[in-house]
Design a protein around this ligand. Structure first.
Ligand SMILES: Cc1cc2nc3c(=O)[nH]c(=O)nc-3n(C[C@H](O)[C@H](O)[C@H](O)COP(=O)(O)OP(=O)(O)OC[C@H]3O[C@@H](n4cnc5c(N)ncnc54)[C@H](O)[C@@H]3O)c2cc1C
Length: 340
């Protein structure tokens, strides 16, 4: 009889791990504070997800209709900056669809999914995994997103740099354009509603042309989403529990790599947890193995993305970035490689 696993948090890390464990006949209960389907603040394009991870976690059916995007256009305060071709395509699919598909698949293979239950995270008994998303941080940044229809794009992926902000646009399924941005929180914009926040923030950070485009587009009102209290802390060093996905570390969103890391962290935890479930390893050694694997796999990309983040965010460094880019001094391929 396999030992049961309990997962707290039904985002991409928790659901993909739960699904893979269930497929190996491990009893899994997954607690999720929210419900499905739901819109999430996310750029909704996945970069750097390898064929091995897709295969190991059995993700192919869920990503089969994801739109592949290769062409990226960068803008600085509405002015074109440069165009880039990604080494391998980013996969675009809404979280509304992706999370729901994974949740359905998890229950279809006998997973016990309990939604709208928030578990007190202070308790960490053996067999409990924490995939609860970003750790609480100083409320420095705010993430905002919506889905627009009939919004013509200048490239498959648009990335706009504003004053202490960046915003991504890409087509997902059903004619939807995801518009999603990370902004430094502003005291003068505290009273906004979810519906007005994105356009107001776009104007406040100098992205007026983008705000105008969005103002004339049709928006799915249910898709307006916001999250505050965002920060990019160092990787978790907790030794008393297994933490995956954003709970381990949140990579800056400009990389489009957070979702791939959530899946990869589930992949790294899978074999050690299977061994523990079969009684072949102690919980302490399982914990140490998973931590070591995550540290080894993610250390370099987290450090390099954190070092690059201010160049996309801070006006003086954005100007430096723009000059280097115009002079063709930016080694785009190595920079992509080191952050993925
Ligand atoms: C503005 C912005 C843009 C982004 N753009 C991209 C992008 O384009 N591409 C990309 O790859 N990544 C992007 N990301 C990052 C990506 O969204 C995350 O890395 C990814 O969602 C992490 O998945 P996760 O499973 O770790 O966490 P989440 O998806 O956050 O899931 C955590 C889950 O845990 C649940 N939960 C939390 N606490 C509890 C509790 N106590 N009990 C029960 N349930 C709980 C939550 O309800 C949630 O469903 C972006 C992030 C931001 C902020």
């Amino acid at each position: 009889m396999n030992r049961p696993v309990e997962i707290i948090g039904g985002g991409l890390a928790g659901l993909s791990l739960g699904l893979a464990l269930r497929r190996a006949a491990v009893p899994v209960t997954l607690f999720e504070a929210g419900a499905y389907p739901r819109h999430r603040v996310c750029g909704e394009f996945i970069t750097g997800l390898s064929a091995t991870t897709i295969e190991r976690l059995g993700l192919a059916p869920f990503l089969a209709d994801a739109t592949p995007h290769r062409e990226v256009a960068w803008f600085l305060r509405d002015q074109p900056l440069r165009r880039q071709t990604l080494a391998s395509p980013a996969l675009a699919l809404s979280r509304h669809a992706l999370d729901q598909r994974l949740a359905d698949a998890f229950t279809a293979v006998g997973g016990d999914l309990r939604t709208q239950i928030r578990i007190d995270p202070s308790d960490a008994p053996d067999g409990r995994i924490f995939a609860t998303g970003r750790r609480p941080a100083r409320p420095e940044w705010i993430g905002l997103k919506c889905h627009a229809f009939h919004l013509p794009l200048n490239a498959e992926l648009e990335l706009h740099l504003g004053d202490h902000a960046y915003v991504g646009l890409c087509a997902v399924e059903d004619g939807r354009i995801n518009v999603s941005g990370l902004f430094r929180q502003r005291a003068d914009l505290r009273e906004l509603t979810r519906e007005t926040a994105l356009v107001s923030y776009l104007r406040a950070v100098g992205l007026d042309a983008l705000a105008d485009r969005l103002s004339t587009a049709k928006i799915d009102p249910a898709s307006f989403s916001a999250i505050a209290g965002l920060g990019f802390s160092k990787p978790s060093t907790r030794t008393d529990r297994i933490v995956l996905g954003d709970t381990y570390a949140m990579i800056p969103p400009f990389t489009g790599h957070g979702m791939a890391m959530a899946f990869q962290s589930a992949e790294q935890a899978l074999d050690p947890l299977l061994a523990w479930s079969r009684g072949e390893a102690s919980w302490e050694s399982t914990l140490r193995t998973v931590q070591q694997r995550l540290r080894t796999l993610f250390r370099l990309r987290l450090a390099s993305a954190a070092a690059l983040h201010p160049f996309l965010f801070k006006p003086a460094r954005q100007r430096w970035l723009a000059t280097a880019s115009r002079l063709r001094l930016l080694p785009m391929k190595p920079l992509y490689k080191i952050t993925h």
